[in-house]
Design a protein around this ligand. Structure first.
Ligand SMILES: [Zn+2]
Length: 418
């Protein structure tokens, strides 16, 4: 549990956050157990859970066999799943979609979308905002029951203020995505780098649950990464962490789209497989060819899955180059799990290449592949990011869900058990 410091209001929010996270870890839990695990008094727990029930976030479930007093069974509390919602948007190079999810992160509605001119940031954000409005209207739900929007984008993101610093594939620079969408939609918007969103969703709710030190590598036309240490995202200086595709590995090697020569992208990415097969040309992982290379890669992936030996050899070679780098990163950072995601990581010979390079270094990598991934769509991971930001954090605003009622907090909410 987070240590309690700060103003009464921030303590109150933190207590509520602790209660919500405790329930999340259990699915269903009674008030006595909640008090024990959060360190709050039973009076405080009673007040907090009553507010959450009134707000439609929690519901009472089955009676626990344990007694809370003479003759009384304890009532279990759980999330009321289909009362409150969150929106997830994936704005990647060749996959754009939005989803509406419930409090369990289950997708209720899904909409792939196209944009008329993705290079124009101003026009694109207006189009996205209009599409979200229409999407909400079609769902037959009350708008105030939407907690907010999680927004995944490939690029360097200042996730604190929702500003995109740069996105090479779009050519966008310094775009206030969070502020612009939040103002036009009247909803909270959390913008985050796509790799970080996948890593956090899987760590919190998916295949890496209960792991604290997680490394993610996403392999498409280029390579991207994300690191969580002790359960926290490592953002790096100026939000630049995770760009493993640009680690220099070959002296005077092939030109990379970043302008340097011999980056990891040139020998270990989807692009390097295409180049090996004479299907693409330098610079590696160029934003200008991203869509075209993506289409070529779909064909290459199918060939590999059908046992095409030439493609398998090229994929193994690229995987081997990544495995060499991962061996070093594993030694330096000691992750509990290395999660490889993205279309190229679905090629078994690519993964064989990773494992082979590591074993040559006498390392047994704790590798997870896309088969282990729980959330296959980035938009659903983005929705889960919205839940983390707008429900399971002190940013949660209870009163937004009940626009006609103002909740008064008593002093008992600020108390902790001795
Ligand atoms: Zn580079």
């Amino acid at each position: 549990m987070v240590k309690l410091t700060g103003s009464p209001e921030s303590l109150r929010r933190q207590n509520r956050t602790n209660v919500l996270n405790c329930i999340l870890n259990h699915e269903a839990i009674d008030r006595t157990q909640l008090a024990l695990e959060t360190g709050l008094t039973t009076t405080a727990i009673t007040r907090i859970t009553r507010e959450l029930i009134e707000a439609g976030i929690l519901e009472t479930g089955a009676k626990s066999p344990l007694k809370s007093g003479p003759g009384r069974n304890r009532t279990k509390l759980k999330f009321a799943p289909d009362n409150t919602f969150v929106i997830g948007i994936n704005f990647a190079a060749w996959e754009r979609q939005m989803v509406l999810a419930n409090l369990k992160g289950e997708v209720i509605a899904y909409l792939p979308f196209q944009l008329s001119n993705p290079q124009d940031s101003e026009q694109t954000l207006v189009e996205i905002s209009n599409m979200v409005d229409r999407f909400i209207d079609l769902q037959n739900i009350k708008r105030h029951r939407i907690l907010g929007v999680g927004f995944a984008i490939a690029g360097i993101v200042n996730s604190i203020d929702g500003r995109l610093d740069s996105s090479p594939y779009l050519g966008w620079q310094n775009v206030e995505i969070g502020k612009t969408l939040s103002e036009s939609l009247g909803l909270q918007v959390a913008v985050e780098n796509l790799n970080n969103i996948i890593a956090m969703a899987e760590t919190r709710y998916g295949c890496c649950a209960k792991k604290k030190d997680v490394m993610l590598v996403r392999v498409g036309p280029g390579l991207g990464g994300s690191f969580l240490f002790d359960g926290k995202l490592a953002r790096g200086n100026s939000f630049q962490a995770g760009q493993i595709g640009h680690i220099p590995v070959v002296k005077d090697g092939i030109l990379c789209a970043c302008g340097q020569k011999g980056c990891l992208n040139t020998i270990a990415s989807g692009w390097s497989i295409l180049a090996d097969l004479k299907l693409s040309v330098p610079p590696a992982s160029s934003p200008l060819r991203l869509v075209n290379d993506g289409i070529l890669l779909e064909d290459v992936i199918n060939r590999a899955k059908n046992g095409d030996k030439v493609v398998e050899r090229a994929a193994f070679k690229s995987g081997h180059a990544l495995g060499q780098m991962l061996s070093g990163l594993y030694q330096a950072l000691a992750p509990e799990v290395i999660l490889t995601v993205g279309p190229i990581a679905e090629i078994s010979s690519y993964v064989d290449g990773i494992i082979s390079a590591a074993s040559e270094n006498n390392i047994n990598l704790p590798l997870f592949t896309p088969e282990d991934q729980k959330f296959k769509s980035v938009a659903s991971s983005a929705a889960l990011h919205g839940l983390s930001e707008f429900l399971f954090s002190p940013r949660f605003r209870l009163t937004d869900l009940m626009p006609n009622i103002s909740i008064q907090a008593g002093p008992d909410l600020r108390e902790t058990s001795p």
